[in-house]
Design a protein around this ligand. Structure first.
Ligand code: HEC
Ligand code: HEC
Length: 325
């Protein structure tokens, strides 16, 4: 009798969990820009800005083209990080763009890509291999820069991967994203998978989204300032709801600390998730749920993500990002 009851409970639980599964990709986390309306006149490109740019505390200067040069982007603060391996600083033509372009020389990265500083070396290498052999993709095929990342991984040698993994792994993950609960947010536009606040201080309701945006839109978008971080606006109450799921499982998932460390700062080869980008985190959890990310190590995350709804993913990310790394 007792065991029958057990089976029924499990079936009921699995069914309930199945119902709550996040169905469509959480659009706010993937930040795909809406297509231009049919028949719209193409925007006239602005004349290239060839002026020389500066940043406070930096002794070097760059033009916009130099700042975003895929094979040798700006290194504003060489004293902030160890000497970069060549593949990190310059990449390798034709397909391997410099890691420092998107992830910054200090590995902090931006919400549309990933923070790679402080990742365990073996985890980093495993991810590159998963991308190389088709085990790690985005569940949203329009997420263009993930596709670029996969091309980059495929173009690298094992030695280059190891050098990059050791370089980024040698730096600690430090606070980079300020998490703030709020009901209203500045109006934003999407540029290259990132939300940028519009000029004019207009606000809109946040709703059930997380909006992660640069503290200084121009400093991040145009200058790629690796010292200028982000702010993540999260719904009021989400951090507390996330805390219950992360620390207790809430009957839907496994306590994250068992594998990611009690303080979520990582444990052995398992990466830290404290203080990292909430939009990146939600994309990964959703990609895992959909089976777009399915490497051998991802198996351990399978039962963790199965029963989580989109709101659960949001709440979990609000909490983990608010933790001190
Ligand atoms: C064009 C931008 C771009 C460049 C250049 C780039 N990356 Fe990435 N990288 C991404 C994006 C986007 C992701 C997130 C992938 C996803 O959605 O799963 C990522 C993710 C990663 C991850 C996974 C991080 C994690 O926490 O699992 C690693 C590791 C990584 N990149 C290493 C590199 C290395 C090494 C280089 C240089 C050889 C590089 N990247 C260059 C955009 C880039
Ligand atoms: C049973 C062990 C285990 C538990 C429990 C667990 N994780 Fe993981 N987690 C892993 C492993 C192993 C990886 C690396 C997966 C891979 O290589 O694809 C991982 C990867 C991740 C990643 C991707 C990190 C990145 O940089 O891309 C996120 C996000 C994550 N876990 C969040 C969570 C959350 C949130 C919880 C709790 C709700 C949780 N994990 C519980 C083992 C676990």
């Amino acid at each position: 009798m007792k065991s029958t009851f057990g089976v029924i409970t499990i079936v009921a639980f699995v069914f309930a969990a199945g119902v709550s599964l996040a169905a469509d990709p959480p659009a706010w986390a993937y930040a795909i820009a809406p297509a231009a309306p049919a028949g719209a006149a193409p925007a006239t490109p602005a004349p290239p800005d060839t002026s020389v740019k500066h940043l406070p505390g930096s002794t070097v200067e760059f033009t916009r083209a130099q700042i975003s040069d895929g094979f040798g982007p700006a290194d504003w603060y060489p004293g902030d990080h160890p000497k970069m391996p060549d593949v990190v600083a310059h990449g390798k033509r034709p397909d391997v763009r410099a890691c420092s372009l998107c992830h910054y020389p200090n590995g902090k990265g931006r919400p549309e890509n990933a923070g790679v500083a402080g990742l365990p070396v073996s985890y980093f290498i495993q991810q590159m291999n998963d991308m190389r052999n088709g085990n790690r993709k985005s569940a949203e095929p329009r997420k263009a820069n993930t596709n670029v990342m996969i091309t980059i991984a495929k173009g690298m040698t094992e030695d280059e991967i190891k050098a990059a993994a050791e370089y980024f792994g040698s730096m600690k993950w430090t606070p980079w994203i300020k998490v703030m609960e709020t009901n209203t947010v500045p109006k934003t536009r999407i540029a290259g998978g990132m939300y940028l606040t519009l000029e004019g201080n207009e606000k809109e309701p946040l709703g059930q989204r997380i909006i992660e945006t640069p503290v200084d839109a121009e400093g991040t978008e145009v200058l790629r300032n690796p010292r200028s971080g982000f702010i993540a606006y999260v719904p009021v109450g989400s951090i507390k709801k996330g805390e219950a799921l992360v620390t207790k499982g809430g009957g839907k998932t496994t306590q994250c600390g068992l594998c990611h460390g009690a303080d979520l700062k990582g444990l052995g080869p398992v990466p830290g998730i404290a203080g990292r980008s909430p939009s990146y985190l939600v994309r990964q959890l959703y990609d895992m749920q959909q089976g777009a990310r399915k490497g051998p190590w991802t198996e351990l995350m399978k039962s963790v993500v199965t029963g989580l709804s989109e709101d659960d993913l949001l709440n979990i990310a609000a909490y983990t990002s608010s933790r001190n790394p």
